[in-house]
Design a protein around this ligand. Sequence first.
Ligand code: MN
Length: 151
Amino acid sequence: MTSTKIKAKRAARQYTWEDVEVLTYKSEGTAPFKDVTRQVLFDDPHLAAQWRYFEVAPDGHTTLERHQHVHAVMVIRGRGACLVGTEVFSIELHDLIHVPPLTWHQFRATLNEPLGFLCLVNSERDRPELPGSEDLQLLRQNPDVAAFIRV
Ligand code: MN
């Protein structure tokens, strides 16, 4: 009985780090998203970069957005799918995803497990842009993309 309890406690501590706060992804109401947390793992001015860990709960999704800064992403938990540009990719453990400048992107977890990924960005970066109705119309010309995106 005791060993079962210890095991459960350990599992609950995975994907968090000492002295790293589990933050909200973005302020509620500023952009559409569902069930995402953010942790800033490294934020050293000498690096001029931030290394973050995001976790998307089952059935959750990040914001559909684009910006000038790039993302270097590695999946370290679960599985899911992402839109990059005009294509939807299924993603799994240790996959690398590069999001180039001004490229629409969105991440979604599967229905039954969280999707966790590391994401490297510039410390100084532009604000994300949300899609307007014309952008959405263009994106939705691809049926896979139309079925995938959440706005
Ligand atoms: Mn982004």
